[in-house]
Every structure is written in C-alpha cells, then in structure tokens.
Design a protein around this ligand. Structure first.
Ligand code: NAD
Length: 468
C-alpha cells in the first residue's frame, strides 16, 4: 500500500514514520500518512515564507490566472480525487458524495479566481486623499476536518493564495490522503513553496497553530479545538478565521405541505450522513402537522440506499470514524432512555464498517443530549412546538450559531422569523445550501470571521491606508 509523502517547497518529502489510513466502509488500509516532525513543520513554514516574497509581489492578474489554472488541473484529476476521497472518507461517489464534493471544490476555486480587491478611494477632495489597500498577511496556517476534506482545503488554500499569501495546510489525520494528492496536483503549476502540506496526529496541528512563523490561522473543525487554536494565537497575535461546530435549528411553520418539503428537510439534515457543519441538526415542527412531517420523512428515508461508497448505487455511506460512530450511538441511546420515540433506525447496521442507519427520533426536547449537543451524524431529533415566538427563543437557546432555516408557504412570513434566528446563515425552505458568493460563518460559538466571496477574501488581507 502506498506511503504518501509531505509536500514542502515544491518537493515530495519522505519521512520515517507513517500511520495507516483506513476505509470506514470495511477497515481496508487506503494508504499510509506521513507523520511529520516539528522539524519538518519548520521546514514547511520556512518554504512558505521564502515563497511569500515573490508570490505576494506578483501582479494580481497573474495570481488570478494561476487560480484559474488550478481549477483546470483539479478538473483533470477530478475522478482520481473522488475515488481516493470515497476510499478514505467513506462518502459515496454518487449522490451528494465525492464527485459532488470535487465539483464544489472546482466551483469555489473558479469563483474565487475571479474575485479581486481593488484599491478603495475613501476620500479625494480639497482636504486630501485616502486610499485603502488590501495587502496579503504572510504565511497562512490551515487546519481542516474530515467531513469535506477536499472542498474545505480549497476554501482555505484558494482565497489565501489568491490574495497573495502562501500556505501550510494540515489536514485531519482521518482523511489526509486526498489533501496530499490535491496539493501535489496544485504544485504541478504553482511556484515552489506557495502551497505546502504537512500531516500527522493532532499534535502537529497544535504545533502549526502555535508556530511563530504563521501570521494567520484558518481553522475548520470543532468548537473545542477552535478554542485551543485561538489560545495559541495569543503569543504572536495571529489573525484568525475560525469555522466551528453548529447545531442548526430548522423551524417548520404550520402552513407547509409536509410531502413537498420532506426531500428538502431530509437532505438539509442528512447530506454527507449529517457530518456537515451547517446540516439541520434540530428540527422543530408545529404540533398541527407534526405527525405528517414525521411520516413524510420516514417515507423518504426508506428510499435511501446506504452502503460502500464505491458501489455507485449507494447514496449514503458509513460514518467516517469510530469516535463519531460511538458519539451518534450514545446520543441515540440517551434519547431512547429519556423516552424519545425512534421512528426509524436507532441501532448500528449489522455489517462491517461504521454503518449507522438514518435515524429519526420524535418526542424529544431540550435536555436530551441529541438536542443540546452537535450529533454530527445520521440521527435527527424532531421537536414538537405550538408557539412560534417561544420556539424561536428555544432555537436560539444554544451556544452554537452557524445556520438555521424556516419552512413556510409564505416566504415573507418565513423571512420575518428567519431574521430572529441567531446564526450566520439562514435559509428559507432549504437548509445548508452554501454558495461561493454568499459569505458564510458562525456567530456565537460557531466561529469568528467568514469565508467565501469578497468578504471571505478580505480575511486573508490586512488594511493599509495611504493618506496624502
Ligand atoms: P476536530 O476539531 O476534532 O479536528 C479538526 C482539525 O483540528 C483536525 O485536522 C485535527 O487534527 C486538528 N486538531 C486537533 N487537535 C488540535 C489542536 N489541539 N490544535 C490544533 N489542531 C488540532 O474536528 P473534526 O471532528 O475533524 O470535524 C468536525 C467538526 O468540524 C464539527 O464540529 C463540525 O461542525 C465542524 N465543522 C465546521 C465547519 C464550518 O465551516 N463551520 C465545516 C466543517 C466542519
């Protein structure tokens, strides 16, 4: 089985220690991840710092062209990346799986390539002139999670380099191989040192986020780890973008047709098996249509083929890793023990791999772990409500604030309530539908800063004003 290498300063760097990466569908080893030492991390940061001098001074249009060329390169390797992603992450090739993820990576890369940050003239009159320039920050450190590893890597890398920074990325130890391959492909066209990858256990993430040579960290992962990254930033006042955990509420008003919204609700919650930051994680349904919505969701769930992602007939795969599998089991058990009614699923599937069925749980409420905590898996609590103002308050009664949604046949009414939700993105009659031109980020403990679009690009810059 292949031993992967680090990629530092445009060169593949072999190391002496490796760790196996296994396929969550069957336990087969997919490849061996290099375990970088701190010396190799230093080398990567040095290589990125060296490359920064040339890359940051390059004419902006040349960097835009390089990002366009990256999209073409990724596109040429799309199927290879999708196959590797399915084997290490578990998500199917089909449906909203690996090919969809690579398609997303491409869409964001292409969109970001076309963004620019022109000089803004803040004042130009008899009193004087003020110009606002956006300048690159330096070497960016990137840490990514295991749920959408290739797409999130592009969310970090492309705006960072588009704005003139260089980067050292550290993927999750659960899914490092597709990121290594992505960076290898990028290095076929980028100058040496602009994009570097180091891999290893969580400790190498801690070392990266504390590294004095890193000027800015972009981190996507759990709120708990995000707080550690923030603490590490103190010594050198690193700039931070933190995209953290969510516990998104979806609120269904009494005026909907349950059969019509079932598909949207289902994929809002179960995209990538629920292992999505802005998935619908708490569903609040009005008492008058509660049973109809529950039944429509159970019917829809019955149509979904779950299995090994390399089999193209499957549209959901396993949970990605044992820790997450156990967490979902525990939260479902807690709900059952407290009187939650399991409408479908509720027990691990009797087969090898971390397979857990789509699980819908009725008659749950705040105080159940699956409502209060982020489940990040294929289990959805469905909470009954009668009073809309009271349900908004309950939806907001959570430390997370990533996304939310309101479902109604009256879009204006839906918007009225949507604006009362404490979250960074709110959808009407859909959930989690992110797009490259809409800034995305969390409020409260779901993060700091935004990604995507010009607002996201600005996070990879510092402001310099010129006053004359
Ligand atoms: P995690 O926090 O366990 O790990 C994320 C990354 O941090 C991994 O690369 C890991 O190796 C690294 N890491 C671990 N300990 C570290 C430390 N002490 N210092 C620095 N880095 C460290 O998260 P996960 O389980 O991989 O991902 C799931 C979480 O990510 C969920 O909470 C999900 O909601 C969140 N997420 C958020 C977004 C968003 O955009 N807001 C997107 C995807 C996932």
């Amino acid at each position: 089985m292949k031993q992967y290498t680090l990629l530092i300063g445009g060169e593949r760097v072999a190391v002496s220690s490796h760790a196996p990466v296994s396929n969550p569908s069957n336990g087969d080893i997919v490849g061996y991840m290099p375990l970088a030492s701190e010396a190799e991390l230093d080398r990567a940061v040095d290589a990125a710092a060296e490359a920064f001098a040339g890359w940051s001074r390059m004419p902006d249009e040349k960097r835009a062209q390089a990002c366009r060329a990256l999209a073409e390169k990724i596109s040429e390797h799309a199927e290879e990346l999708a196959q590797l992603l399915t084997r290490e992450q578990g998500k199917p090739l089909s449906g909203l799986g690996s090919r969809f993820e690579i398609g997303g990576a491409l869409a964001w890369t292409r969109h970001t390539a076309e963004l620019s940050l022109p000089v803004e003239i803040l004042q130009d009159d008899n009193e004087g002139r003020v110009d606002l320039y956006r300048k690159p920050i330096g070497v960016v450190g990137s840490i990514t999670p295991w749920n959408w590893p290739v797409m999130i890597a592009c969310w970090h890398i492309i705006p960072a380099i588009r704005a003139g920074n260089t980067i050292v990325i550290k993927p999750s130890p659960m899914t490092p191989l597709s990121t290594i391959r992505l960076v290898e492909i990028m290095n076929e066209i980028l100058p040496a040192g602009v994009v570097n990858v180091v891999t290893g256990e969580n400790s190498i993430g801690a070392a990266l986020s504390a590294h004095p040579g890193i000027a800015k960290m972009i981190f996507t992962g759990s709120t708990e780890t995000g707080k550690k990254v923030m603490a590490s930033a103190v010594a050198t006042l690193k700039r931070l973008t933190l995209e953290l955990g969510g516990n998104d509420a979806g609120i269904v008003l009494p005026d909907v047709d349950p059969a019509r919204i079932a598909e949207g609700l289902f994929w809002g919650a179960f995209i990538n098996n629920g292992q999505t930051c802005a998935a619908l994680k708490r569903l609040y349904v009005h008492d008058s249509i509660y049973d109809d919505v529950c039944n429509a969701l159970v019917d829809y769930a019955g149509k979904i083929a779950i299995g090994d992602g390399l089999d193209e007939t499957n549209i959901l795969g396993p949970i990605q890793n044992e820790m997450q599998f156990n967490k979902v089991r525990e939260l479902v058990e807690d709900a059952r023990a407290k009187g939650g009614r399991i409408l479908t699923g509720g027990e691990p599937m009797d087969r090898p791999g971390y397979f857990y069925p789509i699980t819908l749980i009725a008659d749950v409420d705040h105080g159940f772990r699956i409502v209060d905590e982020e489940q990040f898996g294929p289990a959805l609590p469905i909470i009954r409500y009668t009073d809309i103002d009271e349900v908004i308050a309950r939806a907001n009664d959570n430390p997370a604030g990533l996304g939310g949604s309101v479902w109604s046949s009256d879009p204006e009414k839906a918007k009225h309530y949507a604006l009362q939700l404490e979250c960074g993105s709110v959808w009407i009659n859909k959930h989690g539908a992110i797009q490259p031109n809409a800034p995305f980020g969390g409020v409260k403990q779901s993060g700091i800063g935004v990604e995507f679009g010009a607002e996201g690009l600005k996070e990879f810059t510092t402001i310099q004003t010129v006053l004359s």
